[in-house]
Design a protein around this ligand. Structure first.
Ligand SMILES: CC(C)(COP(=O)(O)OP(=O)(O)OC[C@H]1O[C@@H](n2cnc3c(N)ncnc32)[C@H](O)[C@@H]1OP(=O)(O)O)[C@@H](O)C(=O)NCCC(=O)NCCS
Length: 158
């Protein structure tokens, strides 16, 4: 069920939780997103991460913004219990199709994500932005997010 609407040009964009039948379209969109960030999309990882959400196998959120025919934006976030931070929602994938940008679709996805997170009693929402992605940094600031005072470390195992 759609939670709300945004009038984008002449079409109406609605944001809601993704369903099983959206899976393939979402996977395509996320692959487009990873390619646009300069990483090679790994099909198996994308389908696994999407599947975890649409089948409710891991706690989190998978929201889609759709116009009449197609999905035009997606937000995939996962839930983590943290002894320090409490209930944390981490946004791992967030993408609006290029031809639908600067019309408030991203903002609408965030608005719904925040609403859902409040309902789920989440303490904070976190995400990473590539240093080179100035547009994303400006976007997240514009929707009320602030830079965290932390370094990001990782050790890749595969
Ligand atoms: C970042 C992204 C999600 C923004 O989506 P969007 O639907 O265009 O965002 P909105 O239209 O809701 O923008 C809201 C505000 O964010 C800021 N903003 C968005 N895109 C911007 C850009 N390219 N440059 C500067 N500011 C920008 C503006 O303040 C904008 O308000 P305005 O249009 O009234 O000036 C979209 O550009 C995208 O998918 N980029 C590629 C993927 C990506 O970077 N994802 C985030 C990774 S963490």
């Amino acid at each position: 069920m759609a939670h709300g609407f945004l009038v984008e040009g002449t079409s109406i964009v609605a944001v809601d939780r993704a369903s099983l039948s959206d899976r393939k379209e979402i996977e395509k969109l996320i692959a487009e997103y990873h390619a646009s960030e300069g990483t090679t999309p790994i099909k198996e990882r994308i389908s696994w991460a999407v599947d975890q959400q649409v089948r409710s196998e891991s706690p989190g959120l998978l929201l889609v913004a759709r116009d009449k025919k197609r999905i035009v934006g997606v937000a995939l976030a996962v839930y983590t219990p943290s002894a320090e931070l409490g209930r944390v929602m981490t946004v791992n994938d967030f993408f609006v199709k290029p031809e639908h940008r600067r019309k408030g679709v991203g903002q609408e996805l965030v608005r719904h994500m925040v609403e859902e997170c409040k309902r789920m009693k989440i303490d904070e929402i976190g995400l990473e932005v590539l240093y080179a992605n100035k547009a994303a940094a400006t976007f997240w600031r514009s929707v009320g997010f602030r830079r965290a005072n932390r370094f990001l470390f990782r050790k890749k195992l595969r």
